[in-house]
Design a protein around this ligand. Sequence first.
Ligand code: NAP
Length: 304
Amino acid sequence: MDTKLIVVVGGAGKLGRLIVNSLLAHPDTRVRALVRNPGKPEVAALAQDRVELAAFDAVSADDEARADAVRGAFTVVSALQGFGPDIIIDAQLSLIRAAKAAGARRFIPSAFAYDFFTLPAGINVHSDWRRTLGESARSEVSDSFEVVHVLQGMFADRNVLGFLGLFDGEKGIVRYWGDGTTPIDWTTWEDTARFTAAAALDERKVPERLFVSGDRMDILTFAKTWESIRGRKLSRERLGSLEELERETKRRIAQEPRNVPAWLPLMYARGVFGGQALLGPSHNSRYPEIHAENLAAAIARGAL
Ligand SMILES: NC(=O)c1ccc[n+]([C@@H]2O[C@H](COP(=O)([O-])OP(=O)(O)OC[C@H]3O[C@@H](n4cnc5c(N)ncnc54)[C@H](OP(=O)(O)O)[C@@H]3O)[C@@H](O)[C@H]2O)c1
């Protein structure tokens, strides 16, 4: 088997590191991790036998820097995080074009979410940027070059739920909007990284939307499951209806347009509890070597 080079943009981020590690679990794989600051000790420590680090800023890079960054890649994976269209749309679109020009087989943008293609526009500005990127990227797709969005729902992780204001295990509180029975797709960070690595190395055609998932469970069933595994009671706090969630989101944006943390979690909550961005039929079985952890197992090991 030929050795494949996978380029990981944002390779020093939380998901980026997990993707690099998952790639290294595959033999005959080399990784080029693109990082903004390869001199930082904790970043420099990522370099090893099969991992090279390259300095790269996705926003300020010019065509030549992008071409150098992706040269020789079988797949370019982006695990960038960004809070503006400059990085989510413009920088990633430029990287997609560079990857295609370099002869890569595919580009995997930093999606890693629920299915924002089916979420109506105007609910979550971050989802809107990712959908715009996906739609713009279609004109780059050809018989020999694909763009694949890994879609896995919400990470089964207490910090992610905490960011959304939905769960505090220490205080024993679970909060929700709507009636609490909307199904939610959940996958761990680690399994998402495994599926992403498998898709990056895949010799076969990969669907544009790669749906992978650990579980589907509504928030009230999550609360019950958590209680039975942890042996502790959670109090349930209904924050309001979906209409109230929409009104509250708009109110906060009008009141504090620049204070993103005041309203962004509510936008994600609308995506999660609205039920419009559920994943399509699972593609887990494409990669039978990956046994995705369900929510009960993730709770049992303390992820939540
Ligand atoms: N579905 C969910 O529940 C969920 C939850 C969390 C995250 N996510 C998604 O997962 C993806 C990765 O998130 P994460 O939490 O792993 O992010 P993270 O830890 O913040 O890492 C983001 C990486 O992007 C890099 N980066 C940012 N701006 C850059 C630029 N201009 N040029 C080059 N690199 C740049 C950062 O580089 P430095 O190391 O130099 O700062 C960092 O390594 C995102 O798409 C995010 O939306 C999904």
